[in-house]
Design a binder for this molecule. Structure first.
Ligand code: L34
Length: 295
């Protein structure tokens, strides 16, 4: 029996409706319109498309959004000045600096400059630290989106063997951390695999829930997963172009290969990606409510 498809697009749509209802309410009762600033440095096509999608979603929901687009040659000092301006701008409740940044810019320094109260990506060390301690904070969008997908699909995480492939600060480390927290959607036994893992398949084959965020197209095949496993594919790899020039996307999981072995799977596109964007909207709403003293 082929795997159940976990539609991130459909679940994201439901959550966006919930957000829209709340946006209407806070506008009506408090005159509050959340504001998001997205900062994109350089011309990476994937980053351009993700940031455009974030602004479009914000606009559609009625979140005020400002896209700040800067050339790849922008200096670190200039970028820090712009972040500082956003920190001081009371119409902006959330700030997102799209990663990766050009190599001459110190990413850690820029993320540290963002006001933690406006850090809707959850990448500031204060928020990352609070997350690790299980304290209330902005949760990073992709990991939080993954937890929402699992929860809303009714997949039990308590006691589950979760294997994460990848240890990035954006996905691998935080999602592993969230899944082991003592709370709803957590309580899993978590293993993290990476480029130096010996015999990765021995780990992935044990997974009840396999989360793959390695950035390598189609690296996970049927023989590397357990029958009936839930597969969360975080990879968005551009593996070619169609005749009309559209990018062809593939996940980190060989979808066709695992389809009859997996119990459930997120597609690429239409899986984790739309959830990432939707969680950003929810964090922006949360930031605005916190700023207005509504939380
Ligand atoms: N600061 N940088 C910051 N925050 C983030 O949360 C991100 N990330 C990752 C890269 N850099 C970041 C994103 O926004 C990855 N990412 C992201 C966001 C959206 C999508 C994919 C990655 C997405 O919408 N993917 C679509 C396909 C889009 C396409 O056609 O390219 C999907 O359906 O998967």
């Amino acid at each position: 029996m082929p795997a159940t498809i976990i539609s991130g697009s459909a679940i994201a749509r439901t959550i966006r409706q919930e957000i829209a209802a709340e946006l209407t309410a806070i506008k009506e009762h408090h005159g509050l319109i959340p504001g998001l600033a997205t900062i994109l440095v350089g011309e990476d096509p994937a980053s351009q498309s993700y940031v455009a999608a974030k602004n479009k979603t914000a606009h559609t929901l009625g979140i005020h959004s400002e896209q700040i687009t800067l050339p790849a040659t922008t200096s670190e000092e200039e970028l820090l000045r712009i972040v500082e301006q956003c920190n001081r701008n009371s119409a902006i409740h959330g700030i997102l600096v799209q990663l990766p940044l050009p190599r001459h810019i110190d990413e850690a320094r820029v993320l540290f400059a963002i006001d933690p109260a406006k850090d809707v990506d959850g990448f500031h060390p204060v928020n990352a630290g609070k997350m690790m301690l299980g304290q209330h904070c902005f949760l990073p969008c992709t990991p939080n989106g993954i937890l929402e997908l699992l929860q809303r699909t009714g997949i039990e995480t308590a006691g589950a063997e979760v294997v994460v492939v990848g240890r990035s600060n954006i996905v691998g480390k935080p999602v592993a951390n969230l899944m082991l927290q003592k709370r709803l959607g957590g309580n899993a036994t978590v293993t993290v695999c990476h480029t130096r893992t010996r015999d990765m398949a021995a780990h992935t084959r044990r997974a009840d829930i396999l989360i793959v965020a390695a950035g390598v197209a189609k690296m996970i095949k049927a023989e590397q997963i357990k029958a009936g496993a839930v597969i969360i594919d975080v990879g968005v790899n551009r593996i070619g172009r169609t005749a009309t020039g559209k990018a062809i996307l593939a996940g980190d999981v060989d979808y066709d290969d695992v389809l009859n072995q997996a119990g459930a799977i997120t597609p690429v596109p239409g899986g984790v990606g739309p959830m990432t964007i939707t969680m950003l909207m929810r964090n922006t709403l949360q930031a605005a409510k916190q700023a207005a003293g509504l939380l």
